[in-house]
Design a protein around this ligand. Sequence first.
Ligand code: NAG
Ligand code: ZN
Length: 513
Amino acid sequence: MEPGDLLRPILRGWTVPLLLFTLGYTLVYLPNSEKELDAGCSLLSDTHFVLYSKRVVTPNGMGPYAVEVEGERIVSVTKRMEAPKSTPGKPRVLDYGNAVIMPGLIDVHVHLNEPGRVEWEGFRTGTMAAAAGGTTAVVDMPLNSYPTTTTKELLVDKIETSKGKIYIDVGFWGGLVPDNAYNASKLEDLLEAGALGLKSFMCPSGINDFPATTAQDIQASLPVLAKYGRPILVHQEVIDPPAEPAHLVLGEPTSNARSYSRYLASRPLSWERVAVKQLMEVAKDTKIGGPAYGAHIHVVHLSDPEDSLSLIKEAKADGSSVTVETCAHYLAFAAEDIPEGATQYKCAPPLREAQYRELLWKALMGGDIDMITTDHSPSTIDLKLLEEGDFLKAWGGISGIQFALPATWTHGSARGMTIEQMSKWWSTGPAKMANLPRKGSLEFGKDADIVVWDPEASFVIDSHYPIYFKNKVSAYMGHKYSGKVITTFSRGRQVFEEGHHSPKACGSPIYPV
Ligand SMILES: *[C@@H]1O[C@H](CO)[C@@H](O)[C@H](O)[C@H]1NC(C)=O
Ligand SMILES: [Zn+2]
């Protein structure tokens, strides 16, 4: 008997069910944009609708546009002086008048801390806060979850853990540590498993299972990143000279530990400068024809707009593939204004004097800084040591995921920043760096990731203000802001509208393209 004789009757019996299955599959899963969105994932029952306002931020500038959304995508963006009429049989029109409609913010530097430190944050609360702030995608850092995400297995676990808990889309950076830096197969596994790129520290991270890497370690990883066309994000501080290493993370009690200037002096600008100098040397490998052409180096949370930024500008001009972010808090606060013992302002690198804040704004406006992030880095309230007010011992990290938009708008508009500029630093720039081609602008075919907000409405983040991240401690609390988020859409789903979230969390992990 030939093998074919055995197969024939089996195939015959399966032909009809197989055809029906194929047909069913085609009808249900294609085309994706017309797929019914799951019930409960959106506050809006419509899956085909039009958003209109007089101030829509498009790649062609801001103006009166109608943005048509069908399923998860934007299907048209049309300039029109008046809102289209809502007529039966046509998609519903949501007319937002003079409010701003722009791409949702993309925050490529957040610490959601799940699994392992859910008492610090977690996918659910972190992404609820993001959605309420008009952020439609975040990229989570490999720390301070426990364990940290430094292997394929740990990344797969983290991605699985996120499912059903995220209100917006979440991408993941993998961790570069000395243990995997010289092992290409480990790094490849991590990148294959879904890491959009890597993150490493050039100084102690404050987390035991995430040791620091040297510039040499980082250099060793670049050819692998080049092969995949992905970036490495680097915490740019090197302890040099080792000023007061004992106080770096959890210091000894000192007489004036409640004084902010004491903490500021413990992490001088020179640490950042030395790290950036070493990093920009290594970045030369990313030049055309270099051993790591295709890789990219991204400097996180720049606080030094002088020497460090000059080195970055030179490297860019020299053809190295480099970008740099600063954080909303460096643009908002100044060391001189930080009250004694107010550890909610502690972060690393530290908030510096007002003159540096102004230079950071100047560098942004001049096009030398590519994007803004929050570096949302929460902890439990007790670790902030608010009563003790010890800046040297308190956890360093500012919770800002919910306040990116109003903080940037308030401080930026006071300095002449336009809404289009803000959108470039919060959406276009990060989408490009993290390789998210479907996100970052309101255009045909892109994900319908949209924030609608009122630049003129102001509010105080007081004790009545609804804060959605887990531990309600933040440098932004107690301050007044303008720029109120009205509603947020994530891939066509209305996930937030003035105090309400969708019943279900239907965001997706973002995988590399
Ligand atoms: C690299 O890591 C793999 C595990 O992914 C291991 O099997 C291999 O021995 C390592 N190679 C070196 C040179 O250490
Ligand atoms: Zn960080």
